[in-house]
Design a protein. Sequence first.
Length: 347
Amino acid sequence: MSTVSVIVPCYRYGHFLRECVSSALDQQPGVDVRLLIIDDASPDGSADVARAIAAEDPRVEVIVHPENRGHIATYNEGLLGWADGKYTVLLSADDRLTPGALTRATALLDAHPEVGFVYGRPVHFEDGSEPPRARTAVKGWSVWSGDWWLERRFREAQGCITSPEVVVRTELQRTVGGYDPGLPHAGDVEMWMRLAAHAQVGYIRGVDQAYYRRHPSSMSRVRFGRLDDLMQRRAAYERIIARHPEKLRDPRRLEQLVHRELARQALWRASRAYDRRRVDDVPVDGLLGFARECCADLESMPAYWGLVLRQRIGSRWMPLLQPLVLSAVARKGREWLWWQSWSRRGI
């Protein structure tokens, strides 16, 4: 029977704890689970809820911080200092696993020792609503090389993982270390890439592996703005390149890929500010400056000309003229590609 260590960091989420803990302990047949709740000095009585749960179930332990240490330190305390099962899960107190999630994940990991971590589809739902019934019938497994998976991440310049749906081989987690304190808002993106740089990646097809709760105080909604998010993601990718160049195939090419995609995303976000008449709320100049830092030849990108045209039109009229602008930008992009194709031939 596979052993799984589940770490549940908690800050002011005591009212979610019982659902979270139950999902990891009571609906995972064939798996030996131990669970640690780490309360990071919550001021709302979350620690009392955690202690009550532990008193009812010997599989649950509790650590209560006398002072708040922050989420990164809390994660690493559980991952590196407590977890001793063959596999490890980091599960936020406001999220839940789906029935059989650990059973399915450990089956793949047991069958493929070359796989360092496995994930599946997360179901996002709004707090206060009942999540949809999870799909639990496995349609198959995918095992990808770390190189292939990493290139996809660099091309897309964003993580494809929410977090609660991941099960990690504990030995590999200790090898690569904990979350980076210098990346408080993109540490998860960097962590998945770091793991993939050292092992293959598994994916469970056709099932839902976790429930991710969306609510006003969730970190994904309150922690970062548009520009800061891009800057943190760029830092995450650059750290992978700087720290593990020997693990990457053509690091220079990967750096160019991710920088160009981040520039495109920055330009798109700036353009959307005009489309939605939100230029007073969105740091358009900062986004444009960030895009220039990432990509020296912005003029080669249709997204750049889209922003230029929107700036000339202005946010007052842009929502009304958006279809015409999109058509013009597409035509500009085609003209640039035509010119480049001929200029390469020396004509």
